[in-house]
Design a binder for this molecule. Structure first.
Ligand SMILES: Nc1ncnc2c1ncn2[C@@H]1O[C@H](COP(=O)(O)OP(=O)(O)OP(=O)(O)O)[C@@H](O)[C@H]1O
Ligand SMILES: [Mg+2]
Length: 469
C-alpha cells in the first residue's frame, strides 16, 4: 500500500516554514514584487509629469500666438482674429477639443468661451473640469500696445486630455517595460544563484539520506561551501561517536554472551551428572554445584540489568532527593548478615543527612556494589567502614576496607566492564565497579580508588550535594 499525500493548503505554509529553499525563494519573489510595484508607481509619476510638461508647452505656445494676434483699433476696441495655427498645434490625431478665452485686464471678454475655468497661477498649466470633461488649461498675460489702463490682456487656452494621456501612457509603458525587464533579469539571476548555492546542501542531504544503516564513515567536507563545513565536521564527529558507541555495544553483548555461556555449560554438565548419579551423597554434591552455578548466572543477569539501567538514556532521568546516609544505613542493614557470616565488622560514619539529587534506585545499587565488594574481598577478620560527609557543597561517600586493596596499575581497569583481577577468588562478573562508575557519572559525580590508611581499598564517590534547607 502506498501513502498518497494530497496537497492540503496548510502543507504549503508548512513547506514554506520548513524549507530553506522555499523561504529564500519567497523572500526573493516578495522583494521582486515590491520592486515591480514601486516601479509601476514611480514610472507613472515620471510619465505623468513629462506629459503635463509637453502639454503645458503647447498651451503656452498657443496662448502666445493668440496674444500676438490681439489688436486695438482706432476707436480703442480690442479685437482678436485667432490664427488657425493656434488651434492646429493641438491636432495630434487624438481628437482633442481646444477652448480659449481672451479677456482684458478690466474683465471684458474679447473672444472665446466666457465660462472657461481659469487657472489660479499664470503660465502654469492646471487641470480643470469643463463641460463634463477634464481639460488642461493655461493662462498667459500679455501686454498689448494701444490699450488704456493696465495695458494687458489675459489669454487662456484649454485642451482636453486625450493627447496628454496618450503620451503619458506611451512614456509610462516604455519606462516600465525597461525597468520590468531589469527587475526580472535580476530575479532570474538571483534564483539561479540561489539554486546553485543550495545545490551542495541538497547534495549533502542526499548523501546522508542514501547511506545504508551501517555506513558511518565520514562525509567529505569539500562537498559543501566553507560556511557549511563546520556542520559536516560536526556530523562526522557525531557519526564517529555513534560508531564507537556501536562498537562498545557489540563488545558488551559478545562479552555478556561469553560470560553467560560458561555457567550455562556448567549447569548442563552438572545436571547430567546429577541425573546419572546413583550415589545420594555425590548426587547432592552435584545438585549443590548446580545451585551455585544457577546463583552465579542469576547474579550475572541482575548485574547486566542494573548496568543497562544505569546507562544514560535507558531510563527517564529522575531527580529524587536522596539522603545518602539513609541509603547507606539501609544497605549496611541488608548486608549485615553476610558480613557477620564472613567475619567482617561493618560500620557507618556520619554526622547528619547528606542529600543529593538523582535516581534513588540506582544510587542504592551503587552502594550495594561497593559494600558487596568490600565484604567479599576482605579476608576475615576484617573491617569495612562507610562514611558519608558533606564537604563544601559536595557529598562525599567513602567505602573503606582493610583487605588486599587494588594495585595502582589495576585501578583504571577494574572500572571497565567484565574486568576482574586475575586470581580473584569467588564468583563475580566484573560489572560491579562499572555500575558504580556509570551511576556516579550519571548523577554528575566522580569515582576515585585509593589505598586505605591501614592497607586495603578506599573508594571515594563525590556527588553534587543538595543545599541544606
Ligand atoms: N574492595 C576491594 N578490594 C580488593 N579488590 C577489589 C575490591 N573491589 C573490587 N576489587 C577487584 O576489582 C574487580 C572488579 O570488581 P567488580 O565489582 O567490578 O566486579 P566483581 O566484584 O568481580 O563482580 P560483580 O559484578 O559480581 O561485582 C574484582 O574482581 C576484584 O578483583
Ligand atoms: Mg563486585
Amino acid at each position: 500500500m502506498r501513502l498518497v499525500w494530497y496537497n492540503h493548503p496548510r502543507s504549503v505554509f508548512r513547506r514554506l516554514r520548513e524549507s530553506l529553499r522555499a523561504q529564500l525563494l519567497a523572500w526573493v519573489i516578495l522583494t521582486l514584487f515590491g520592486a515591480i510595484c514601486f516601479n509601476l508607481y514611480d514610472s507613472f509619476r515620471t510619465a505623468d509629469a513629462a506629459s503635463k510638461l509637453v502639454t503645458d508647452h503647447t498651451l503656452l505656445a498657443s496662448a502666445r500666438v493668440i496674444a500676438e494676434a490681439v489688436r486695438v483699433d482706432a476707436g480703442g476696441t480690442v479685437e482678436v482674429d485667432v490664427p488657425p495655427a493656434a488651434i492646429e498645434m493641438f491636432d495630434t490625431g487624438y481628437g482633442d477639443q481646444v477652448f480659449y478665452q481672451v479677456i482684458t485686464a478690466w474683465g471684458n471678454l474679447v473672444a472665446g468661451y466666457p465660462e472657461l475655468p481659469l487657472p489660479t497661477v499664470e503660465r502654469v498649466g492646471q487641470d480643470r473640469a469643463f463641460r463634463n470633461a477634464g481639460v488642461r488649461a493655461l493662462t498667459l498675460n500679455h501686454p498689448v500696445v494701444g490699450l488704456p489702463k493696465d495695458g494687458e490682456i489675459a489669454v487662456t487656452v484649454a485642451v482636453t486630455h486625450n493627447a496628454q494621456y496618450a503620451l503619458r501612457r506611451r512614456l509610462w509603458f516604455s519606462d516600465f517595460t525597461k525597468q520590468l525587464v531589469l527587475v526580472l533579469l535580476a530575479g532570474v539571476v538571483t534564483i539561479i544563484g540561489l539554486q546553485r548555492g543550495l545545490a551542495p546542501v541538497l547534495r549533502l542531504r542526499d548523501a546522508v539520506r542514501e547511506r545504508g544503516r551501517d555506513r558511518l564513515d565520514p562525509l567529505s567536507p569539500s562537498m559543501v561551501q566553507s560556511e557549511l563545513r563546520p556542520l559536516v565536521l560536526a556530523l562526522n564527529d557525531h557519526m564517529e561517536r555513534v560508531q564507537n558507541q556501536m562498537a562498545a555495544q557489540r563488545r558488551f553483548v559478545s562479552n555478556a554472551a561469553h560470560q553467560l555461556r560458561t555457567p550455562l555449560a556448567l549447569i548442563s554438565t552438572q545436571a547430567s551428572v546429577a541425573a546419572r548419579e546413583k550415589n545420594t551423597e555425590r548426587r547432592d554434591e552435584a545438585l549443590q554445584a548446580l545451585r551455585n552455578s544457577t546463583h552465579q548466572i542469576s547474579r550475572l543477569a541482575s548485574q547486566l540489568l542494573t548496568l543497562s539501567r544505569a546507562e544514560p538514556g535507558s531510563r527517564r532521568p529522575r531527580t529524587d532527593v536522596v539522603d545518602l546516609v539513609a541509603v547507606a544505613r539501609e544497605v549496611l542493614g541488608t548486608q549485615a548478615e553476610e558480613a557477620l557470616r564472613r567475619g567482617i565488622d561493618i560500620g557507618l560514619e556520619e554526622n547528619g543527612s547528606v542529600d543529593v539529587e538523582g535516581d534513588g534506585t540506582m544510587l542504592r545499587e551503587m552502594l550495594v556494589n561497593l559494600v558487596d565488594n568490600a565484604i567479599r574481598y576482605t579476608p576475615a577478620p576484617g573491617r569495612v567502614t562507610v562514611a558519608v560527609t558533606r564537604q563544601n557543597g559536595t557529598a562525599v561517600l567513602r567505602v573503606e576496607d582493610n583487605g588486599p586493596g587494588i594495585h595502582p596499575m589495576e585501578r583504571e581497569h577494574v572500572l571497565e566492564r567484565f574486568y576482574r583481577i586475575i586470581g580473584t577468588e569467588g564468583e563475580g562478573s566484573g560489572l560491579g565497579l562499572a555500575i558504580v562508575l556509570e551511576v556516579a557519572t550519571g548523577a554528575g559525580g566522580t569515582v576515585w580508588l585509593d589505598d586505605a590508611k591501614g592497607g586495603g581499598l578506599v573508594v571515594t564517590v563525590r556527588l553534587p550535594a543538595r543545599a541544606k534547607h
